[in-house]
Design a protein around this ligand. Sequence first.
Ligand code: HEC
Length: 96
Amino acid sequence: MVAWLCLGAHVRIANAQANNLPAIVEICTPCHGVDGTGGDVEKPNLAGQKSIYIREQLLAFRSGKRKHPDMKSIARDLSDREIDQLVIYYSTLSPN
Ligand code: HEC
């Protein structure tokens, strides 16, 4: 059991390093994880999601077109460049 937990953490860190974790991702990891898998049923997985889709959702949260209290307060402070980094990061993670 302990061995599996360690292995899991190791894989996640390796995955993040391989993808050059941008600093801005730290805002998202408490909910969406470093590996892009949500921690509970209410947090959607982002790993391997289509880049166009992730961008559209972040722009929609930022503008208020898509409504969610947590995502609204986070997305409203994101710059276009930060959104680019986040889209590249999560869309290139392996979904499993
Ligand atoms: C406090 C927790 C929390 C944090 C922090 C957070 N999110 Fe979310 N995020 C959510 C929840 C909950 C949803 C689901 C919203 C809904 O039900 O409409 C969501 C939805 C999304 C979606 C839409 C996914 C889909 O399948 O439609 C994207 C994209 C997203 N978040 C990206 C991010 C990014 C990028 C960050 C960091 C800048 C971030 N989130 C930070 C909780 C969070």
